[in-house]
Ligand binder design. Structure first.
Ligand code: PHE
Length: 338
C-alpha cells in the first residue's frame, strides 16, 4: 500500500500537463469515481489497524498533491491561452476573397442613382401577384391576346395567382396607395415562361418608372429618357423613339439608343442597324388611372420599363444573358472594383 502511494506521488510530481486535455486525463485517472484515489480509500479498509494512521495521512497527502497540481496547471494553461490571444495581430492584411456586387445589382443601383438625381423615389411590390395588378388594372381585357405576349407562370391551383410578368404591377399598387404627384422607380425580379437562351431567361430584372402629375406630357417623358441614356452610357449616345403598343400606355413607344459597341456604324450586336432597343414607354392610359381611382381628367402621366440584363449587356459588352445566373466566379470577379 505504502509503495503504491509513493509510486503515485512520484507520478504526480513528474506530471507536466501540457494541455487542458492532458490535465483532464490526469484528473480522470486519479480523482474520478473509478480513479486511483477512490480505489485507495476502498483498500484502506484492509490496512492493519496499527498502520491506519500513517497510511491515512499518506493518502491524504497524495490527494492534496493532486488537487494542488491540478489547480496550478489549470491556471498556467488558461493564462497561456490568453497570452497567445494577445499576440494575434489584428492589423495584418487578410488573405481572402473580396466579395463583389453582382453586375445586375451594380447596374440597378446606377439606374436608381441616375433617376434619384431628378427626384424619383423607389417602390417595391410582391413577386407573386394577382391577375388584377398584373393584367386587368393595366387595361389588359379578359381573354385579350395581349396577355399571350407575356408568357405567364400561373399557380396551378388558382389561375388568379401568378408570378408577375413585369413590375408594372407595382405601378398599380403605388397609384392605389398614394396621391399624385408621383415620381417613382419600380425595380424588381420578373418571370416569364420562356426558353432559356443567350438572349432570354425565365427570370429577369426590370426597372420601370412612373410619373403622374398635372400637365405631364410626352415631351417630359422624352427628355427624361434622353437624360437617362446619356448618363447611363455616354454623352454622345443618340436616342430615337419608334411607335409601339402596350395596353397600359397610349401613345406607346420603344426607345433605341445608338449602338455603343460600334458607335452606330453597324455590328452584330445592333444587327448592322446602328441602333439597339433598350426600353418601352408611353403615356399612362386614362383607363389605368380609372382602375386605380386617379382622376384622369386632372392628371396625366408617363411610364417606362427596361430590362436590367439588357442594359448591363450593352454597358459591359456581355453577349450571353445566362452568365448572370451561373455565378461563375471568373465572370463575377471582373466586377470587383465597381
Ligand atoms: N411592362 C412593359 C414590359 O414589361 C414595359 C413598359 C413599362 C412599357 C412601362 C411601357 C411602359 O414589357
Amino acid at each position: 500500500m505504502k509503495e503504491r502511494i509513493s509510486k503515485y506521488l512520484q507520478e504526480v510530481e513528474n506530471f507536466k500537463g501540457e494541455s487542458l486535455e492532458q490535465l483532464e486525463d490526469f484528473r480522470i485517472r486519479f480523482m474520478s469515481k473509478k480513479g486511483l484515489i477512490p480505489a485507495l480509500f476502498a483498500d484502506f479498509r484492509n490496512v492493519p489497524n496499527e498502520e491506519k494512521k500513517e497510511v491515512g495521512q499518506q493518502i491524504n497527502m497524495l490527494k492534496n498533491a493532486i488537487l494542488e497540481k491540478m489547480s496550478s496547471l489549470k491556471d498556467k494553461l488558461t493564462s497561456s491561452d490568453e497570452k497567445t490571444r494577445d499576440t494575434i495581430d489584428l492589423t495584418l492584411p487578410v488573405d481572402s476573397q473580396v466579395g463583389t456586387r453582382h453586375p445586375l445589382s451594380i447596374v440597378r443601383n446606377e439606374i436608381i442613382d441616375i433617376f434619384s438625381r431628378i427626384g424619383f423615389s423607389v417602390s417595391e411590390g410582391p413577386e407573386i401577384e394577382d391577375d388584377f395588378h398584373n393584367f386587368t388594372a393595366l387595361n389588359f381585357p379578359p381573354n385579350h391576346p395581349a396577355r399571350d405576349t407575356q408568357d405567364t407562370f400561373f399557380i396551378e391551383t388558382d389561375p388568379d395567382i401568378l408570378l408577375r410578368t413585369h413590375t408594372s404591377s407595382v405601378q398599380i399598387r403605388v397609384m392605389q396607395n398614394s396621391k399624385p404627384p408621383i415620381r417613382t422607380l419600380l425595380p424588381g425580379r420578373v418571370f416569364r415562361n420562356e426558353a432559356i437562351s443567350a438572349r432570354a431567361h425565365c427570370i429577369f430584372h426590370q426597372v420601370e418608372g412612373l410619373a403622374v402629375d398635372t400637365d405631364i406630357s410626352f415631351a417630359d417623358l422624352k427628355h427624361t429618357l434622353y437624360y437617362f441614356a446619356k448618363e447611363m452610357f455616354d454623352k454622345e449616345t443618340k436616342v430615337r423613339f419608334r411607335p409601339s403598343y402596350f395596353p397600359f400606355t397610349e401613345p406607346s413607344a420603344e426607345m433605341d439608343i445608338s449602338c455603343n459597341i460600334c458607335g452606330g456604324k453597324g455590328c452584330n450586336i445592333c444587327k448592322y442597324t446602328g441602333w439597339v432597343e433598350i426600353l418601352g414607354c408611353g403615356m399612362v392610359d386614362p383607363n389605368v388611372f380609372d382602375n386605380c381611382g386617379i382622376d384622369n381628367q386632372k392628371y396625366t402621366g408617363y411610364a417606362f420599363g427596361m430590362g436590367i440584363e439588357r442594359i448591363t449587356m450593352l454597358k459591359y459588352q456581355i453577349n450571353d444573358l445566362r452568365l448572370f445566373f451561373e455565378n461563375d466566379i471568373r465572370f463575377l470577379k471582373q466586377f470587383e472594383s465597381l
